[in-house]
Write a protein that binds this ligand. Structure first.
Ligand code: ADP
Length: 370
């Protein structure tokens, strides 16, 4: 079957009308970050934040319209909030670190994975998200900044210590096609907590400045859980393009997700969406699904908060065994429904990241010196 072109997608979308504005979504400039790759189409619809919760039907129509085109295998459409001009963050030029020195200039986008509290599956989500982005052909790094339980190396099946070729810089570690560096390698676990604060900040800086990261499309940062000062400072130190919040259904009810959202809004980092982890129980014996914690809370809560629900991941022993065993489900069983859930989340995240990058370019065009 002939493959669909960008032009054909835009043509079809120019027949989708935003009823509130009585104009089509292409003329309104709402379609951003359009990607058409071998029959897989993805883009973001940029909308004013206050209209976000009402526009789910429009998102769906756009998705169905594209999906109906001949040659389209999958269509992923996400809503993304257009930031008001006055609240636009100062162009970060890849970092608001120290003075003129740009942090991680070789990394196109840095995304934080955060949670209101520990044990909700933040690291598991970060690792599977990173691997899913790599499956899509992107160059990916994982920066493990979770001081309370640096578990990324174990989940990526990485053993040993990082090496240095010149005694000054650190080589990132690598497995399953992604690069990784963990704060666990730099800060002793037994270190008293009172010394940890400053140590952690300098270790974080070291992970951005002294690690020889390759040129990367995206870096996934596993943040420490919680929404206190330590997390806020970290969110400010790392030049983030956006944040993904992981929550379990019961925490959503406890408004932990809301706290996470507010923390990132405080430092002007867009929240790309919420992932509902341990959303429902998938029985390993009979395959039956049980909604232990009234699943679907994330979707409803996200709607209330005006952010997207990026996906729902079930509570399944396979997810635990594979990630704790260093072979996360996305690589150990890529065709499983769970891997598919993470791939869908990754697609949505990447569309949003592309839209944010485009927005940033518009706000501060990069000057190329030839
Ligand atoms: P956090 O980073 O939020 O502290 P982790 O990602 O370390 O949480 O997860 C805590 C434990 O729960 C780990 O043993 C992990 O394998 C397990 N886990 C996470 N998500 C799931 C899931 N969807 N199904 C089953 N076990 C999970």
């Amino acid at each position: 079957m002939a493959q669909v072109s960008e032009q054909e997608v835009l043509e079809a979308l120019s027949r989708v009308v935003d009823e509130e504005k009585n104009q089509d979504i292409v003329s309104l400039g709402m379609v951003t970050g359009l990607q058409v790759k071998q029959g897989h189409v993805a883009f973001a619809l940029q909308v004013e934040p206050e209209r976000g919760p009402r526009l789910e039907p429009l998102r769906k129509t756009a998705e169905q319209t594209v999906h109906a085109l001949p040659g389209v295998l999958t269509a992923t459409v996400v809503l993304t909030a257009e930031r008001q001009a006055e609240s636009k963050p100062a162009p970060q030029a890849h970092g608001h670190g120290h003075k003129d020195e740009p942090l991680l200039p070789q990394v196109r986008a840095i995304v934080a994975v955060a949670s209101g509290k520990g044990g909700v599956g933040k690291s598991t989500t970060a690792v599977n998200l990173a691997l899913a982005l790599a499956v899509r052909g992107l160059k990916v790094g994982v920066l493990d900044a979770d001081i309370y339980g640096p578990s990324i190396p174990r989940m990526l099946g990485i053993k040993g210590q990082p090496t240095s070729s010149d005694g000054k810089s650190i080589n990132p570690m690598r497995n399953h096609g992604v690069e990784c560096m963990s704060i666990g390698f730099l800060v002793e676990e037994e270190m008293p907590i009172i010394w940890r604060g400053p140590m952690v900040m300098s270790a974080l800086e070291q992970m951005m400045k002294d690690v020889r990261w390759s040129p990367l499309d995206i870096m996934v940062v596993d943040m420490p859980p919680g929404t206190g000062d330590a997390q806020l400072t970290m969110a400010q130190r790392v030049p983030l393009i956006g944040a993904v919040i992981v929550s379990t259904p019961q925490d959503i009810a406890l408004a932990d997700a809301r706290k996470g959202l507010n923390m990132f809004r405080k430092v002007n980092v867009p929240v790309l969406g919420i992932v509902e982890n341990m959303s429902y129980f998938a029985c390993p014996h009979c395959g039956e699904r049980t909604d232990i914690f009234s699943h679907g809370g994330a979707r409803a809560e996200a709607e209330l908060l005006g952010v997207d629900c990026l996906g729902e991941v079930p509570l399944d022993i396979v997810i635990r065994e594979t990630s704790d065993g260093g072979n996360p489900i996305v690589v150990s069983d890529p065709s499983s429904p769970h891997a598919k859930a993470y791939l869908d989340i990754a697609d949505k995240v990447w569309v949003k990241v592309e839209a944010e990058l485009a927005e940033r370019e518009r706000a501060a065009p990069r000057i190329l010196v030839q």
